[in-house]
Design a protein around this ligand. Structure first.
Ligand SMILES: Nc1ccn([C@@H]2O[C@H](COP(=O)(O)O)[C@@H](O)[C@H]2O)c(=O)n1
Ligand SMILES: C[C@@]1(CO)OP(=O)(O)OP(=O)(O)OC[C@H]1O
Length: 157
């Protein structure tokens, strides 16, 4: 059986926060606001994996009303989702994703993100592709108000 899932997430910038994208600290003047570490890329990947496995979504599994997830490292959340999909006998074929950000430039950090995600998902880096694009200064992301991310995942069992 082959199943596809898609995920989307967005978080606004907030002063005094560190920017975590794809499990990597990206040096920037501001970070993203969220109940967890607000790692928008990992959240989109989590939702793509859960969608493909038919296992609801990130907010069902890790409610933002639960103190347990306050400031949570999203790499840990992804690891829990990987356990869940393995319990359902799914393996990951590939993950493709796109970061929507006017700034900062993500390209230098994409290889490190790929390694973190591959290690956490127990797959090869070649099974993951990460892209970044600006919004050409249009809309809330284009005005630099936040960052978005899209992901698709293909699972097999
Ligand atoms: N935050 C970003 C946005 C883009 N990139 C890289 O720049 C290329 C051109 O982006 P456009 O939005 O102008 O098409 C894009 O393909 C990425 O390689 C980036 O690293 N970080
Ligand atoms: C991850 C969770 C839980 O800490 O909080 P946020 O960091 O706010 O992220 P969101 O993308 O809104 O996803 C669901 C949440 O329940």
């Amino acid at each position: 059986m082959i199943r596809i899932g898609q995920g989307f997430d967005v978080h606004p910038f907030a002063k005094g926060r560190q920017l975590h994208i794809g499990g990597v600290h990206v040096p920037y003047e501001t970070g993203l606001l969220g109940h967890s570490d607000a790692d928008v890329l990992l959240h989109a990947i989590i939702d793509a994996l859960l969608g493909a496995a038919g296992l609801t979504d990130i907010g069902h599994l890790f409610p933002d009303t639960d103190e347990l997830y306050q400031g949570a490292d999203s790499v840990g959340l992804l690891a829990k989702v990987i356990e869940k999909i393995a319990q359902e006998s799914f393996t990951i074929s590939n993950i493709d994703c796109t970061i929507l950000a006017e700034k900062p430039k993500m390209q230098p950090y994409l290889p490190a993100m790929k390694l973190v995600i591959a290690n956490t998902c127990h797959i090869q880096p070649e099974q993951i592709n990460i892209k970044a694009t600006t919004m050409e200064q249009m809309g809330f992301i284009g005005r630099g108000e936040g960052i978005g991310a899209l992901a698709v995942a293909l699972l097999e069992k």
